[in-house]
Design a binder for this molecule. Sequence first.
Ligand SMILES: Cc1cc2nc3c(=O)[nH]c(=O)nc-3n(C[C@H](O)[C@H](O)[C@H](O)COP(=O)(O)OP(=O)(O)OC[C@H]3O[C@@H](n4cnc5c(N)ncnc54)[C@H](O)[C@@H]3O)c2cc1C
Length: 340
Amino acid sequence: MSIRENVPLRDLTTLRAGGAARYVIECNDEASVREALAFAQEKHLPFAVLGQGSNVLASDSGYEGVVLRMQIQGIVSEEEGDLVTLVAGSGVSWDALVTEAAQLGLWGIENLAGIPGTVGAAPVQNIGAYGAEIKETVAWVEVLNSKTGNIERIQNADCGFGYRDSRFKHEPWLVILRVAFTLSKTASPRIGYSDLAACKERGEDLSSPAAIGEAVRKVRSKKFPDLSVSGTAGSFFKNPIVSSEKHAELAKRYGAVPSFPVEGGVKIPLAFILDRVLGLKGFAEGNVSLFGNQPLVLVAEENATAEEIDLFATAIANKVHEETGIKIEREVRHFPTKSL
Ligand SMILES: Cc1cc2nc3c(=O)[nH]c(=O)nc-3n(C[C@H](O)[C@H](O)[C@H](O)COP(=O)(O)OP(=O)(O)OC[C@H]3O[C@@H](n4cnc5c(N)ncnc54)[C@H](O)[C@@H]3O)c2cc1C
């Protein structure tokens, strides 16, 4: 078991902010997860699970606990007629899994190409992009329940998937070890989303999962800052879901406000409110700014502190609330969310 002490969380998270974690343990199999949990118990310290740190904001004061860094590798496939189930370790890079599926000619996760992070974190917020969500392909999620020590296989219907939500977000004692995805050999391209429809109009190849994956990566490269240059966690906020009455009220005030019908109301692209209503595209304060190409994305310069990022995000949320009456929620989570 590899144990490191006093590791800066800024080195383990893509926002590149935050103080030191007391211990960080790399977990590359179930046994090492169990050892890490036992180590935390022995030291009377809480623990928290981390993947590639691309959706979290660590605190400047660090974490007086044990970070389990998920590194479980391996992808195995099981074929049953037209369907193929890929079972991947929680430490597998998400985009590597998308590439593997595309190479096998399997449909289902190609629209989610290019999302940073690990397979194990993907069900936590039910990752989604370009008209697809992971909940459409997850067969089951295998967890180690740290409360009982048992391994549990949670079927899709019991994962509590919602918009950027799942039960795993609310039950952080479930350590995800492996995730199974059911993919199809039959072509089922979803290219209705505006950016992909535009690719089609330009005559780009969208005939295979690999081609769609590449098109998505190309579109994404313009929407997000380069992770090797800037600190970011992608979209910092969720798109708000409002009632149709509220949408009508906004449309009366601001003209045509784009919307997508979803369960419980209509989803409004927050980028529209930040850019067209509030004129905040590229807005900067100190070391933190909203990305010029996509205002939903918060960018942190090298010297940004977690507190600065936090205050900046709160200020943006307040501006949205003052102008529109909408309370926006963050997609990026504090790390750790809850001590265990
Ligand atoms: C440039 C950029 C673009 C992005 N684009 C998108 C996008 O299009 N769509 C989208 O949905 N997201 C997007 N994200 C957010 C992020 O990539 C995803 O949320 C991703 O799934 C996070 O993976 P991670 O391994 O980095 O998780 P982390 O940030 O390390 O962890 C996220 C949460 O999951 C928990 N967790 C991680 N691994 C496990 C595990 N094995 N068991 C239990 N809990 C675990 C952590 O405790 C934490 O609460 C983007 C981020 C960036 C930086």
